[in-house]
Design a protein around this ligand. Structure first.
Ligand SMILES: NC(=O)c1ccc[n+]([C@@H]2O[C@H](COP(=O)([O-])OP(=O)(O)OC[C@H]3O[C@@H](n4cnc5c(N)ncnc54)[C@H](OP(=O)(O)O)[C@@H]3O)[C@@H](O)[C@H]2O)c1
Length: 204
């Protein structure tokens, strides 16, 4: 869902996008490529990691680190945007967080990719809102990561997706707070019966 939403919007904005999957000929990715035209292509996770100047990690939380570790060499020196959440569905709904409080998936992704510049963002909204913030009432987007230049690059990319209110929280340890918003986000989704909303930070 996230890969398709981001990939579609980024291709529309003129970027070349390669969708990674477990298999090079994944059926859903093939449909997406067909609809996406010349800017869209598909491959394995390693193919996509090697192709991208910016690499998005939009993986199921439980397996994200395993996949990320497998493409470590391919993303050396690159900007990696971690959109994943460490949700554990093993005990049913609602999911719990597998990593929290003193650690985060964002930090583990950075540890697994020591020579990449990991930026955590977009994980606090549904993918429909990621690519069209107005659909969620123009919420605030939170960004964190250790490399200021990488964050500046991603903030510019977020603006091109339509994000107007963006807050830089600091280094990658700040991913803890954004990932721990997920239980609240899931609670609100149940209350609203809708995924098109977000968090808005207001101050005097
Ligand atoms: N859905 C949203 O709106 C939303 C919003 C914010 C954050 N997120 C987070 O973003 C991430 C992606 O979410 P999603 O909803 O797009 O889908 P998802 O089902 O959580 O993840 C799909 C991706 O995970 C891969 N995957 C699934 N099982 C795997 C396994 N056993 N081994 C290797 N790879 C596996 C899939 O590979 P294949 O292509 O090979 O199947 C695909 O690339 C999650 O961490 C989620 O919490 C989602």
């Amino acid at each position: 869902m996230v890969g398709e939403a981001l990939g579609t919007k980024l291709a529309q904005l003129g970027h070349q996008v390669k969708m990674g999957s477990r298999t090079a000929n994944n059926e859903s990715a093939a449909k997406w490529v067909k609809a996406g035209g010349a800017s869209a292509s598909q491959g394995t996770f390693a193919d996509a990691a090697g192709f991208g100047e910016i690499v998005f990690v939009c993986l199921k939380g439980e397996i994200a680190l395993e996949v990320v570790r497998s493409v470590s060499a391919a993303v050396a020196g690159k900007v990696v945007v971690d959109v994943s959440n460490p949700l554990d569905f093993s005990k049913g709904m609602p999911p719990s967080l597998a990593i929290y409080n003193t650690n985060s998936l964002g930090e583990e992704v950075q540890k697994a990719l020591p020579s990449a510049k990991v930026v955590k963002t977009l994980n606090i909204v549904n993918c429909e809102v990621m690519v069209e913030p107005a659909k969620g009432g123009n919420p605030t987007m939170l960004v964190c990561g250790n490399d200021p230049e990488a964050k500046a690059k991603i903030v510019a990319l977020l603006k091109s997706l339509g994000w107007k209110d963006i807050v830089d929280l600091g280094d990658i340890t700040k991913a803890r707070g954004t990932e721990m918003l997920l239980p609240l986000w899931l609670n609100l989704m149940g209350v609203f019966g809708d995924v098109r909303f977000g968090f808005k930070i207001v101050r005097s």
